[in-house]
Write a protein that binds this ligand. Structure first.
Ligand code: C2O
Ligand code: CU
Ligand code: CU
Length: 533
């Protein structure tokens, strides 16, 4: 943890809008240490570093699946460690937490139906470098500062291996998880899920991509190899000494803040990188790995992107888009054709934030890849298949300690007994009634679901009478959301309905808002998939 003294200095400095001090000694801070100030990323030179492409992990060993020893599976050991990394040519190296030696971590690639074992080893230092809030549930002062547990987001994973937030381990310990990968090809990601400090652990760098492939997707002949580019985008706040800054409230006893919107946009861990491309089709697989920011992505002068996939894999057919909205934890998959842009530079932007420059060569190899007219059948689940409809609210609650806004799900704190107990292999409709002023990206573990519709309603009437009075007709999901999803944007004053087959495992999982500050402060609940009585 940051020492109390530095911590106070930081909080005070932030509150006063003054320079941050980051020094070993208080006296020194006043005399000679160079002032450490928040870094304005706009002052850095643009496009001086190549975009890093994360390494794909290779397994060198088969090991027995502990729960089924006759079954030997590819085994990976992935260590969480402190890493020191250059975010930009002109910045000093930045301390982060990563996997093996990088943040984001290496890409794990798996085949559908072929299980793997991953040993997630906590080799992190004994102290945290970001401001823990001990008033949050699960992060009390009696808990070790540094804890980790990894969850495979989007994975259809047995409950014992899903990374339950309370299953964390301390440095020196590890968790061996089995991922059966019995699911369609999709871009998933792995990330920390530790109770009460998840936002800090992920902000420190504990996330990476995980790709599942299958034959149906291979047969489509989409751009692959170096023409398929994995992109993990996230925002961070930096200081002039190159180090990560995480915003704090004015209250040193409770530094939690409700959202963060830092201004440095990292693509695969670099600030303002460039990518040299050939004038041909590329496939981009993107994750929004920000704590709270929603991206509105566009290329060049709103050039056409061909959407081919969402969170849980391919759409039924490509859809054209000029902008892609991507909430925290959402993924998008699209093909972009650079052939009309030979010899030019194009920018990937989110609103006015520049993220990545494409340098299109004037010539390249022959493009033999395809953008097929149909991709995969995504049968819509009929509403009539649902055996139960649950109405669940997203709520704002005034936090007495901080006198600020906290959020809950169905007005129920984490610690209360499990209330959502779907029966395994049954389908339910969840109506997410957003009573707050924010859009919340709501994620359910284990399952994939389809978005039925969104409908604006009268929040005040609902609060008075408990009845839904709608302002208009339901709106169908956008083309970008027409496939299988695991995270859904719930807009304010809107009821979002999703239809969810709860399969194939029983056990305890979680659902939560993927704005990590919300998730860490009570906007998370367990659910339990149960055997039919
Ligand atoms: Cu990205 Cu609970 O997960
Ligand atoms: Cu998840
Ligand atoms: Cu939220």
């Amino acid at each position: 943890m940051i020492s109390r003294r530095n911590f106070l200095a930081r909080a005070g400095a932030l509150a006063a809008g003054a320079a941050l001090q980051n020094t070993a000694s208080h006296a020194q801070a006043h005399r000679q240490a160079p002032a450490v100030t928040p870094l304005d990323p706009g002052t850095l030179s643009r496009y001086v570093d190549p975009l890093p492409i994360p390494e794909v992990l290779r397994s060198r060993e088969l090991r027995a699946n502990p729960r089924n020893p006759a079954n030997r599976l590819p085994y990976y050991r992935v260590a969480m460690r402190e890493v020191v990394t250059k975010l930009h040519r002109d910045l000093p190296p930045t301390r982060m937490w990563g996997f093996n030696s990088t943040s984001p971590g290496p890409v794990i690639e798996a085949r559908s139906g072929e299980g793997i074992l991953v040993e997630w080893a906590n080799e992190l230092p004994a102290h945290h470098f970001l401001p823990i809030d001990h008033t949050l549930c699960g992060a009390e002062a009696d808990k070790p500062e540094v804890r980790s547990v990894i969850h495979l987001h989007g994975g259809r994973t047995p409950a014992s291996d899903d990374g339950y937030p309370e299953d964390w381990v301390v440095p020196g310990k590890s968790l061996l998880y089995h991922y059966p990968n019995r699911q369609d090809a999709a871009l998933l990601f792995y990330h920390d899920h530790t109770m009460g400090i998840n936002r800090l652990n992920i902000y420190a760098g504990l996330q990476g991509l995980y790709i599942i492939r299958d034959q149906a997707e291979d047969a489509l002949n989409l751009p692959r190899g170096k023409y398929e580019v994995p992109l993990l985008l996230c925002d961070r706040a930096l200081r002039s000494d190159g180090q990560l800054d995480y915003p704090v409230s004015g209250d040193p006893k409770s530094p939690w803040v409700p959202e963060i919107y830092p201004k440095a946009m990292l693509a695969n861990g670099k600030l303002f990188p460039y990518l040299e491309v050939e004038p041909r089709k590329y496939r981009f697989r993107m994750l929004n790995g920000s704590n709270a920011r929603f991206f509105r992505l566009s290329i060049g002068d709103l050039q056409e992107m061909h959407l081919i996939g969402a969170d849980q894999g391919l759409l039924s057919a490509p859809a054209s888009a000029k902008r892609i909205l991507l909430g925290p934890a959402e993924r998008t998959d699209f093909v972009f054709d650079f052939s009309a842009h030979a010899g030019k530079n194009l920018l990937l932007q989110s609103d006015s934030f520049e993220i990545l420059q494409f340098r299109v060569a004037s010539t390249g190899s022959k493009d033999t890849s395809a953008l097929p007219a149909t991709l995969r059948s995504v049968a819509r689940i009929p509403e009539g298949r649902a055996v139960k409809t649950r109405r669940l609210t997203l709520d704002e609650a005034v936090d007495k300690v901080q006198n600020s806004m906290g959020m809950t799900l169905n007005k129920t704190p984490w610690d209360m007994p499990v209330t959502e107990k779907p029966v395994v292999n049954s389908t339910e409709i969840w109506e997410l009634v957003n009573l707050t002023e924010d859009t919340h990206p709501i994620h359910l573990h284990l399952v994939r679901f389809q978005i039925l519709d969104r409908r604006p309603f009268d929040v005040f009437a609902y609060q008075d009478t408990g009845e839904l009075r709608f302002y208009g007709p339901p709106a169908a999901p956008g083309v970008d959301e027409a496939g299988w999803k695991d995270t859904v944007r719930c807009e304010r004053g809107t009821v979002t309905r999703i239809i969810v087959p709860f399969e194939p495992y029983t056990g305890r999982y979680v659902w939560h808002c993927h704005i990590l500050e919300h998730e860490d402060n009570e906007m998370m609940r367990p659910f339990e998939v149960v055997q039919k009585a």
